[in-house]
Design a protein around this ligand. Structure first.
Ligand SMILES: C[S@@+](CC[C@H](N)C(=O)[O-])C[C@H]1O[C@@H](n2cnc3c(N)ncnc32)[C@H](O)[C@@H]1O
Length: 338
């Protein structure tokens, strides 16, 4: 057995150290503590109230992943990755990192074998309630991190989606499970006559982007619709958008689409934006990891291309087109049955 094979496997097995290091960088506030000028360990340790020796060890781990870089004189500078962890940059991923590494998630990873044996989630047994119920009743801080993480993730693709989605002649669009409304906001900015429905769970729409809430500049063109899309989709729109909300099991995905079909006129456009877990390319490892996380937490999944097309077909939709949005997302254009 080669030495490199052993070290590769050891690295895989110890990859929790990578996740924990990135999380610790954020929770300690290191990205904000380091400014434009290089800083020594002692200066950083003072700024974030840390033990200098232990911080030195954390920085050794972080720099090995390209998060911060060490200059020759035992001082540190920002890299593109460490800068993206700052809260105050335009494309910050701070809340995405926090969401991917929430404290309650760590014990669930240890039960992955159990989830694989049963094919179901392990969250409910660990916490006594299903995930969304626990999040919105017991964990308000985590719920906030989730909403901000989804917003940060979606900011990266919202403008591209607005570029791709042809909405000429469309008066209304419903963003089902639209989170805080980043995509809807981008669509309303692009099409000044367009009106939109933002549908999501009650706590989420209550914390929608300020521009969409009463008093915001887009508020008079938006209806906020709190509700459970597994029960009903309460909006009569010309186009329905489902972006990253079919990460549930296949039957529930079909149920969400059917609820929209029930609310819509025959032949209405239904646009699905999702990751394909089986797509080759740089996003493959990430998609596989998100897929496993969904299994653990909600018994959900990232679907394959064929799986999503089957879901659309089972919901009675006709698929017209499948196009890449970026390196990880695809847009599936469909219409409801006539
Ligand atoms: C992965 S996020 C995607 C949010 C948004 N579409 C985006 O791409 O940024 C999934 C969204 O679905 C919402 N959601 C989950 N279950 C739901 C349900 N049963 N009814 C309505 N919304 C739900 C969540 O609150 C969350 O905002």
């Amino acid at each position: 057995m080669s030495e490199s094979l052993v070290s590769d496997l050891m690295e895989h097995a110890l990859s929790a150290a990578c996740a924990a290091s990135v999380r610790a960088a954020v929770t300690l506030g290191l990205p904000e503590a380091l400014g434009d000028a290089p800083a020594t360990i002692d200066e950083l340790a003072t700024a974030v109230s840390a033990n200098p020796e232990a911080l030195r060890r954390l920085m050794r781990s972080l720099t090995s992943y390209g998060v911060f870089a060490e200059k020759g004189d035992d001082s540190f500078i920002h890299t593109e990755k460490s800068l993206a962890l700052r809260e105050d940059v335009p494309h910050s991923v701070k809340y995405l990192v926090l969401w991917c590494t929430e404290q309650w998630l760590w014990p669930l990873w240890g039960r992955l074998d159990e989830a694989v044996r049963t094919g179901g989630e392990v969250f409910t047994q660990a916490h006594g309630r299903r995930f969304y119920s626990q999040l919105h009743t017991e964990w308000p801080k985590s719920a906030k991190v989730f909403d901000l993480a989804m917003t940060q993730q979606t900011r990266l693709s919202a403008v591209t989606i607005a570029d791709m989605l042809s909405l000429s002649g469309v008066a209304t669009i419903a963003d089902v499970g639209g989170g805080q409304g980043v995509v809807l906001g981008a669509l309303l900015d692009r099409h000044p006559a367009l009106r939109g429905f933002l549908l999501d769970l009650p706590d989420v729409v209550a914390n929608a982007d300020a521009r969409l809430r009463p008093g915001g500049d887009l508020a008079d063109r938006v209806r906020l619709v709190p509700g459970d899309c597994l029960e009903a989709v309460s909006a009569d729109a010309d186009v329905y958008l489902f972006k990253n909300i079919l990460g549930v099991n296949e039957d529930d995905s079909v149920r969400i689409l059917r609820n929209a079909v029930r609310a819509a006129k025959p032949g209405t456009r239904m646009v699905i934006v999702e990751n394909f877990v089986d797509e080759d390319g740089p996003g493959r490892t990430l998609a596989a990891a998100m897929d496993l996380r969904m299994l653990l937490v909600i018994g959900g999944q990232k679907h394959t291309r064929a799986g999503l097309l089957r879901i659309a077909e089972r919901a009675g939709l006709t698929v017209h087109d499948v196009r890449p949005v970026d390196s990880s997302l695809h847009m599936i254009e469909t219409t409801a049955p006539m």
